[in-house]
Design a protein around this ligand. Sequence first.
Ligand SMILES: Nc1nc2c(ncn2[C@@H]2O[C@H](COP(=O)(O)OP(=O)(O)OP(=O)(O)O)[C@@H](O)[C@H]2O)c(=O)[nH]1
Length: 376
Amino acid sequence: MPLDPRSLIALGGLMSAMMAVVLWVMRRNYPPSIRGLDYWAASPVLWLVATLLFSGRGQLSPFLTVVLANQALLLGATVYYIGSRRFLGHGGGWILWGSVAAASLLVLTWLTYVAPSYQLRVAIFALLMAVLYGAHLRFLWRHGGKGFPMRLVQVVLALHILVLVARFTSIVMGRADSDAMEPSHFQTAYIGAYVLTVLMLSIGAVLLATDRVRTELEHLAMHDSLTQTLNRRAIMQRCHEELERARRHGRGPSIMMLDLDHFKAVNDTHGHQHGDAVLVHFTACTASVLRSGDWLGRYGGEEFLILLPDTDAAAARHVAQRIHVLLQAGHPLDCQLSIGVATWQGPQDSLEAMLTRADAALYQAKDLGRNQTCAG
Ligand SMILES: Nc1nc2c(ncn2[C@@H]2O[C@H](COP(=O)(O)OP(=O)(O)OP(=O)(O)O)[C@@H](O)[C@H]2O)c(=O)[nH]1
């Protein structure tokens, strides 16, 4: 059943206003690392302007209700696309799509005043929006990843492209209405799809930003801020999980306790910032010799812990040897270190016992002159 276009447009305005408020509040409160939110917050404002102008059809001048109304719609979609680009760390977009918007302004003005044609205007505008949504969809497909919020935005864009193509086809086949406010099936589908798209794209932006904040908080909660390795709580959690797994499968891990040698002297001689740089260099080098299933964490100060799942004592010693060699390569930030290794001894073994053995082995390595590995 065809619905009244004016009511649908009013609904679209209401949705835009509500989502604009939500996104502006988020923009104010979310960390600045969530980029693109200001663009996403601006797009429902532009869509709201578009609906206000559309609803003035018959009372205000066609320049406002046709040319500028469509222009605000196009700009809202453009700004949303630029927001997605910023969110995913990409610049640009304005030169191309700003030029497209300027060209569309000229064409719409021409088809409203110089050579008036409702059909041609709708056909060209539908095509333009479909191309813009297509570019947006292609960008998200290439760079957006796989999470649910990203898939939601992609599906909304794809569905809206289908509606726009259907709209364009209906005009080309001469089966369209002759006025935007005519309550036809085409207008109901077209404006209804627009209202839903406004709502769903804004919800998509909310979900994307929230998902990103959650990921960032999880990262902060689990990682050391200087070295970006796991923090003490996270590496201990991994060790507990690995011992649980070892008890089920019968194959256990080795753990390594690493302590930089004479690190106090490094700080005292070259300053604390140099000491920090040494720690960052040390973790980057160490991480580069580990397998993808191994875990490196900061145990405290200049002490680190490595968890090597399913690794016997000989293999763990190999890894330790690789770390010693890599840190003697001649880089200005290279340091020497002592390592204590403990290997799982069977289901009766516990994490506390392994840590005690690794600690004792580390002290043995220090006592024997440092820059070496001992096993406990
Ligand atoms: N720059 C910097 N230094 C740190 C950090 N955390 C701990 N330290 C320093 O690491 C040093 C550890 O000193 P000690 O425990 O005496 O150990 P050491 O000098 O390495 O001596 P050995 O372990 O016996 O070889 C202290 O001076 C701490 O201030 C950090 O995040 N950055």
